[in-house]
Write a protein that binds this ligand. Structure first.
Ligand SMILES: [Zn+2]
Length: 282
């Protein structure tokens, strides 16, 4: 196993041992010097769950919790679950299952309530929410924003962070203000799949060189991710599990040691309250 001399955290990926590469992906990550993972549950319908009640999401969350405990055994650091309701579910409910937007919002909120119970019990680190990244009718957009604001209220109450899936953007200050208004500090809102610069939430930067260069030059808090989907039907989609350790090596070779410390030690502590150094055993 390679040692890059620093914790190396992939802030957002999925693992699906049943259908995808699962723990092989974790081994690849660790072999290249990766140490910590935040594993996000797959969208419920990808696991064949057509939820009708909040409790119907539990099996999706339990799957991720179980995967994370096994993944932790393979890492020099550890993994944590991030649980929530994928914002794309709203379209599936409205277009395919005959829900009106308010009903869809209600179901997604009770799903988030269940995810919050996992955080409350100490079985998950953070929540996942957001809004569609594609054009939707106004009523669906409004319903989605309501769901996202509910996630902020839950996270404020729990004292945890929220990862967001949103449209591509460099300015989400309005969204960060919604969080602040509910008692959740803006920096505990994380935009996943981000570019190198973002106003409002903390960016979780997709680990492509051009995006990372921008983030590293800025010197502001940021995280690094792949959004590895672990879906055998979409092998080329997003980045592979080796990417974050490879890009950390590349940043270190370019004398961006400060940026590496920001993304893998300081920002994880600042956003999630996790200590990636103390949880490292080697
Ligand atoms: Zn994802």
């Amino acid at each position: 196993m390679e040692d890059l001399g620093t914790p190396v955290l992939d802030n957002h990926l999925h693992l699906d041992p049943e259908h995808g590469r699962g723990f092989e992906a974790v081994r690849d990550f660790a072999r290249l010097g990766g140490t910590h993972l935040l594993v996000v549950n797959k969208p419920s319908w990808h696991l064949g769950v057509e939820a009708e009640t909040g409790e119907d999401f539990d099996s999706v969350f339990e799957t991720t919790v179980n995967v994370v405990s096994e993944a932790s055994e393979l890492l020099p650091g550890r993994a944590w679950p991030v649980l929530g309701v994928h914002p794309g579910l709203v379209s599936r409910l409205v277009e395919d299952r005959g829900f009106d937007p308010d009903e869809a919002s209600d179901l997604m909120r009770v799903g988030l309530d269940r995810a919050a119970e996992f955080v409350r019990a100490g079985d998950a680190l953070a929540l996942k929410s957001g809004r569609p990244h594609y054009d939707v009718p106004d009523s669906v957009w409004t319903a989605s924003n309501d769901v996202m604001r509910h996630a902020f209220s839950l996270a404020a109450d729990l004292g945890c962070a929220v990862q967001l899936h949103t449209e591509a953007a460099e300015d989400l200050t309005e969204v960060a203000e919604w969080a602040e208004a509910r008692g959740l500090p803006a920096h505990r809102v994380v935009k996943h799949y981000a570019g190198g610069r973002l106003a409002g939430p903390t960016p979780s930067v997709m680990s492509e060189k051009d995006r990372l260069e921008v983030a590293a030059e800025r010197g502001d808090p940021f995280l690094m991710e792949t959004d590895f989907v672990d879906d055998p039907d979409r092998p080329g989609a997003v980045l592979g599990p080796k990417t974050v350790p490879r890009r950390v090596r590349w940043l270190l070779d370019a004398d961006h040691d400060d940026a590496v410390a920001i993304a893998h030690v300081e920002t994880p502590e600042y956003v999630y309250g996790i200590d990636t150094e103390a949880t490292l055993s080697r």
